[in-house]
Design a binder for this molecule. Structure first.
Ligand SMILES: Nc1ncnc2c1ncn2[C@@H]1O[C@H](COP(=O)(O)OP(=O)(O)OP(=O)(O)O)[C@@H](O)[C@H]1O
Length: 310
């Protein structure tokens, strides 16, 4: 049974410069799917007015459904504005990495994403608060934050996902271990680390979040992965191990990769490190992250819900 009737007003928040596709052709395709069913209120993002602001405005106007279409920045920005509102979020991913949709098991093809929205089935997913800021996917300290900071919009347009991989490899060569103190309800840990990732949800390609091999987005817990390699080569092999852990949904078992599950965590580092939250470098350590169970309503394909109920 659909959770909402597709006769409603839906606000479509659309980034016209996301990804490498033809933005006008993609928008025409989306309209051809959705307009017969929805009263579609289309809002384009701009450099001045971003996805998060447009989504807050849609909530204030009383939108019954909000659909986000763009890259991970656009999707996270919209999701963060919908946290706690109960308004269903539709996702049409058109970005470079498409981490957001992959992490939540949502279709990447525009046609399949539109079909899922038309079916109207929703699922509650966890979110998190990171130094008071909303977070849906993950916070990266160290390697990840530096790689994000290095990847320019021009590089993403030209090289797509390769731009992220290239930035990550460059960063490995220059990595600087730092001292870290990690506090959870159960432990207090001090170590030297190269990267720490605190994930609420993460796709297999977010290798630095794969300490457990599987990040579950509605378990009420955060996955903390800590990388403690001694050299750039060890860091590279650890990253490959993590990637294969994710593909097999198994923990890596490497001694230089630590992992724990926790409802909240406090991380301080010496020296202070940049923090990327959902792909944007917007904070610094010290950092407090807490999971907020099931407070974002996401439209999912019927098959995903059926699988979850098995
Ligand atoms: N009309 C616009 N013109 C130029 N830049 C824009 C416009 N609308 C949004 N942006 C910029 O797009 C960025 C967000 O891009 P988004 O994440 O959606 O796509 P992407 O970068 O291609 O994908 P990904 O994040 O998956 O790599 C923001 O930095 C925002 O300022």
């Amino acid at each position: 049974m659909p959770d909402f009737s597709p006769q409603q007003t839906a606000c479509l928040i659309y980034n016209p410069v996301a990804g490498q596709g033809d933005a006008q052709a993609d928008l025409d395709l989306i309209r051809s799917f959705l307009e017969p069913a929805f009263d579609l209120d289309i809002r384009l993002t701009s450099l001045e007015i971003g996805a998060n602001q447009l989504a807050h405005e849609a909530v204030e106007r009383g939108a019954e459904v909000v659909i986000a279409s763009g890259g991970d920045g656009t999707l996270s920005g919209v999701a963060e504005a919908l946290v706690g509102t109960g308004i269903p979020l539709g996702v049409i991913s058109r970005g470079t990495a498409n981490a957001f949709a992959s992490a939540l098991g949502l279709p990447l093809a525009i046609e399949l994403a539109c079909e899922a929205i038309l079916d109207g089935v929703t699922r509650m997913v966890d979110t998190a608060r990171c130094n008071g800021l909303p977070m849906v996917l993950l916070a990266g300290i160290g390697l990840e934050a530096e790689a994000v900071a290095r990847t320019s919009r021009e590089a993403k347009s030209w090289f797509g996902t390769l731009a992220y991989i290239w930035a990550g490899l460059q960063q490995l060569g220059e990595m600087q271990p730092f001292l870290v103190e990690i506090e959870t309800p159960d432990l207090l840990l001090r170590a030297e680390a190269t990267a720490i990732t605190i994930a609420n949800a993460a796709p297999p390609t977010s290798v630095l979040a794969q300490g457990s091999g599987e990040c579950v987005y509605d378990d009420g817990l955060l996955d903390l992965t800590i990388l403690i390699p001694n050299s750039a080569l060890e860091a590279l092999t650890a990253a490959f191990t993590l990637y294969y852990s994710a593909l097999r949904s198994e923990a890596s078992g490497r001694p230089d990769i630590g992992h724990l599950l926790t409802p909240w965590v406090r991380v301080s580092t010496q020296p202070a490190q940049a923090v990327a939250i959902d792909g944007e470098v917007i904070a610094q350590t010290p950092l407090t992250v807490e999971c907020v169970p099931r407070d974002l309503k996401v439209i999912v394909p019927i098959a995903q819900l059926q699988q979850a109920l098995l």
